[in-house]
Ligand binder design. Sequence first.
Ligand SMILES: *Cc1c(COP(=O)(O)O)cnc(C)c1O
Length: 403
Amino acid sequence: MDYEKFFAERIADLRREGRYRIFADLERQAGSFPMAKNYRDGAVHDVTVWCSNDYLCMGQHPVVIEAMCDALRRCGAGAGGTRNISGTNHYHVLLEEELAGWNRKEAALLFTSGYVANQTALSTLGAQIPGLQIFSDALNHNSMIEGMRQGRSARHVFKHNDVADLDRLLGSVDAALPKLVAFESVYSMDGDIAPMSDICDVAEKHGAMTYCDEVHAVGMYGLTGSGVAERDGVLDRVTVIQGTLAKGIGVVGGYIAASHSLVDFVRSFGPGFIFSSALPPAVAAGALASIRYLKDHNEIRERHQERAATLKRRLAAVGIPVLPSVSHIAPVMVGDATLCKQASDDLLRHYNIYVQPINYPTVPKGTERLRITPTPLHDDAMMDHLVDSFVAVWRNLGLKKAA
Ligand SMILES: *Cc1c(COP(=O)(O)O)cnc(C)c1O
């Protein structure tokens, strides 16, 4: 086989379909969020980032930076091992205690990313619980799907956010079998939110455990910010809460929070936890500082929601087809891979606005979009510029306006 030719041809296919991924080369500027330097065509440009998952700007918060610098000086760079072999640093212990308390669970467990948390927790439960039946929302994230695949337990996919369909599927399998319902709270591509309380009702009716990925809600929903389960008052009804430390928290890492025995089980049987080195102590210290800050500052969440609602209202008012999402995410539909990339390129080149195009396989073909994530630090002037620029790009490319 001509390996090089094979690779090149497959990449050429992606380019033809308009979905070859090109990274924006950025240099974030602590203290100037959401501004960043963009290295492109041999020059450096100042751009406004409108698609960051550092939703609350905590990645540049002085409290977080100070905590990380302090821990870095005190403990050094790496953790020095897996959690079991010399890698458990006191910051990991403190952070797990904080996460457990925040989610009102008995225990929590850290992973190197939210992806690994999903993959490891779901594959471990699937592989180790005899006969486990997993009921999975049709739009679940790839990390959950990979975890379920690896665990090789039976999987039943229910229609997205459709509680009646979930109820029907749960009722279709032997009542004696162990069951788990896996879903997300905020779905990041459409910005819709699961009916958590209804899902808990149906799961309880069928004796199923529940597993909720709160990745796009952590820090942002609920009075102390632990997620939608807190906001909706169902923390004690969700068996496992999974989250990331990389988005709303602004650092990196992942976690699950659950009962002591479930967490101990994943800690003891989960390969993705056991065989991988622990997060650097400074990372744990930064996440810890970020969470403690966010718990006490609900006004950040209020400002965040106000910014998102304002942007969606303003885009809709000028005919830009923004989905009427109920969350902080503002997806603008383009519906064509090549045009979506062109719109993104034009926004960057002509208006210094950075919004990454979202194409297949992240979203279905024909639903390509520009996914905007306004943060508490995107001010009115930035919003004026964004809305005007979208109107100009929509006109120049002849893109579809809202009906
Ligand atoms: C980003 C994401 C993850 C993975 O989290 P990381 O910490 O970035 O690895 C998991 N689930 C969902 C829904 C995500 O969007």
